[in-house]
Design a protein around this ligand. Structure first.
Ligand SMILES: *Cc1c(COP(=O)(O)O)cnc(C)c1O
Length: 398
């Protein structure tokens, strides 16, 4: 029997990422068009009235939605298997929108301690200012999640694998704790990418992305995405984003839309190199410890194998001799750049203790296992032999 390929639902992920969500104009352009417009013209007054009333689904104003952003959203929904999604100006706009949109004074958040620095600011500093306190827990200790639940707990928030030490949290287990307490689970899925982990299928109610990372994949633009059920997006996200305005620019949405077309080949290739580099690092005398989810020595290896389809493109490792030796190693690299993006075509090394996680202080860092010797390596698209030679040169400088 031949397969019916009329609907994107019948396509495999790679096909969805090339063709899904395309809206062609009357010119029949091959590559998706960049609609750089603030607003839209109505054919008559009745149409304007119908659009504002919501009877006609056409576009009104770019802060509310625009054709290029809509294509990006539709393609992301098809990839994630989500009913609905909304794009934002950055990953942090997505995180803030997903949380603020569903919370009000008197509610309570439970979040894993090991979060991206700015996410931690949002739950730990910002939300309490609006009457929403937050309890931080060790994300891998499920008794702590359970014990932190209060009658007014509305949202549980986590990231897995975590930044930067790639800790894996059992998403299904935390989703069950959330739902038993009538709360919702929001997952920041940046490190896994939508290709390697599907939090909605594991029970999460909402998934957020920084598209700035692997989805762009070439370090050009910022954007974010919030995905969930039609009901979740309509009830909690739609109006909040429309009225507060963290909208993605059409140009950035277009870059992301095109980035999605090559996402599977890039992630696959970067992951192959990351796996090889993790094994190489583990055999080096100057390396204390390597963290990579699909390695058997990863502390949450079993959960990683259960909920992920691959280990990802990032490797974390501790250099013996802490900060001085970690700095010597990184300063001796030529191809791998010192920066703080991840998922880029260019390989990037980061020293979290002095950069992304400087703000939280040494005690909070120690609590989540970020030592002064920890380095995060985002593996890019360079030839893996060159990357390993570069790492060898860095190790020789120690
Ligand atoms: C980068 C990142 C963010 C924030 O994304 P921006 O696009 O920089 O705003 C949020 N969460 C994680 C895990 C990230 O890596």
């Amino acid at each position: 029997m031949t397969k019916d390929l009329k609907s994107p639902q019948d396509w495999k992920p790679a096909t969805r990422l090339v063709h899904g969500g395309s809206i062609r104009s009357q010119f029949g352009e091959m590559s998706e068009a960049l609609f750089l417009t603030q607003g839209f013209v109505y054919p008559d007054m009745e149409s304007a009235e119908a659009r504002f009333k919501g009877d006609d689904p056409g576009f009104i104003y770019a802060r509310y939605g625009s054709p290029t952003a809509a294509m990006f959203e539709q393609r992301m929904c098809l990839l994630e298997g989500a009913e609905a999604g909304r794009s934002t100006a950055s990953g942090m706009a997505a995180v803030t929108g997903a949380l603020m949109g569903q919370l009000k004074a008197g509610d309570h958040i439970v979040a894993a301690k090991a979060l991206f620095g700015s996410c931690r600011y949002v739950v730990e500093d910002l939300m309490p200012r609006f009457g929403v306190p937050c309890t931080l827990v060790d994300g891998t200790d499920y008794a702590q999640w359970q014990a932190a639940m209060r009658p007014n707990t509305k949202v549980l928030f986590l990231e897995s694998p975590t930044n930067p030490q790639l800790e894996i949290i059992d998403i299904r287990r935390v989703a069950d704790i959330a739902h038993a307490g009538r709360a919702r689970l929001v997952v920041d899925n940046v490190f896994a990418t939508p290709l390697l982990q599907s939090p909605l299928q594991l029970g999460a109610d909402c998934v957020v992305y920084s598209a700035t990372k692997h989805i762009d994949g070439q370090g050009r633009c910022l954007a974010g995405m919030i995905l969930g059920s039609e009901k979740f997006i309509n009830d909690h996200v739609h109006n909040f984003l429309r009225q507060t305005g963290p909208s993605v620019s059409p140009f950035n949405a277009w870059v992301m839309l095109k980035g999605l077309e090559t996402l599977p080949v890039r992630v696959e290739r970067q992951m192959q190199s990351a796996t090889r580099i993790a094994d190489f690092l583990a055999a080096q005398p100057h390396v204390e410890r390597v963290l990579y989810p699909t390695r058997k020595d990863h502390p949450q290896h079993e959960i990683a194998m259960k909920q992920m389809r691959g280990g990802g493109t990032i490797v974390a490792f501790d250099i013996k001799g802490a900060k001085p030796e970690a700095f010597r190693f990184a300063n001796a690299l030529s191809i791998i750049k010192i920066s703080n993006n991840i998922g880029d075509a260019k390989s990037i090394v980061t020293h979290p203790a002095t950069t992304t996680h400087q703000r939280i202080g040494p005690e909070a860092r120690a609590e989540i296992g970020i030592g002064d010797g920890l380095l995060r390596l985002s593996v890019g698209l360079e030839d893996c032999d060159d990357l390993i030679a570069d790492i060898e040169a860095g190790l020789a400088a120690i």
